[in-house]
Design a protein around this ligand. Structure first.
Ligand code: JDN
Length: 238
């Protein structure tokens, strides 16, 4: 998979050199290239922002440097992602979809965001353009959100995570939270590992884990059960 990132803070992305994604990159499974938006400016101050049309607080990213940067990286088969608190929710299902794309381009905004015409124009060139949000909170820019999306997506690309079975029984893969995990010792500071996990009855263990998933999801994330239930069973969800 090829990933291009456009940002005014390329140094943020040095975390992609370490751990699983770092290894995937040195092994050639992942090709990540980070571009400095300011390299696509032409003035002495390498300006990337200007005042908002219509007035208001803050600054907006100018379209011209974005146009030149995207001219350099976009192809008709690219999927372009603009992290934005105004975007659709980024989910495990979305990560799964993105993991099958051959080329992803992440456009990281700062300030009050990027001139909307850049998003519109990208749609006339690339295969797909997505404005995606990590959740209902606001970061200072798209970089940290892009990094989360890159990690969630790239670990689903075959060959990035060593044991593919570890991807199956995870939170959100079946629309529920994961069951709790334990390791040795069986007693630690007076706390016991649940006896069922030490009994060796695999059917019983599987049933216990499924019940733990249901109980946890009901208690902590009832919205997930509502979303996964057949339409006629749903309570009025937004
Ligand atoms: O996903 B975010 O919270 C996010 C915030 C900003 C952004 C892009 C994404 N651009 C400016 C703020």
């Amino acid at each position: 998979m090829r990933i291009d990132v456009v940002t005014i803070f390329p140094e943020f992305f040095s975390v992609l050199d370490v751990s699983l994604l770092g290894r995937a990159r040195t092994q050639g499974v992942l090709d990540v290239r980070v571009h400095d938006l300011r390299d696509f400016t032409h003035d002495r101050h390498r300006t990337v922002d200007d005042t908002p049309a219509g007035g208001g607080a803050g600054m907006v990213m100018k379209p011209e440097p974005w146009g030149e940067a995207l001219d350099a990286v976009l192809t008709p088969s690219s999927t372009v992602v603009f992290p934005s608190p105004a975007g659709a929710l980024f989910t495990q299902g979305r990560a799964r979809e993105l993991s099958s794309r051959e080329h992803l381009v992440f456009c990281c905004g700062r300030y009050e965001g990027i001139d909307q015409r850049v998003v519109e124009w990208a749609g006339s060139v690339a295969a797909e353009v997505l404005e995606l949000s990590l959740g209902d909170y606001v970061l200072n820019g798209g970089e940290v959100a892009a990094m989360a999306m890159i990690e969630a997506t790239a670990r689903l690309v075959p060959g990035v995570v060593g044991n593919p079975e570890s991807l199956v029984e995870e939170s959100h893969e079946d629309g529920m939270l994961e069951y709790p995990s334990y390791t040795k010792p069986a007693t630690w500071r007076g706390l016991e590992t649940p006896a069922v996990l030490l009994g060796g009855n695999h059917a019983e263990i599987a049933a216990w884990r499924r019940e733990q998933q249901r109980e946890r999801t009901r208690r902590i994330r009832p919205d997930l059960l509502a979303a996964g239930a057949p339409e006629e069973d749903r309570k009025d969800q937004p």
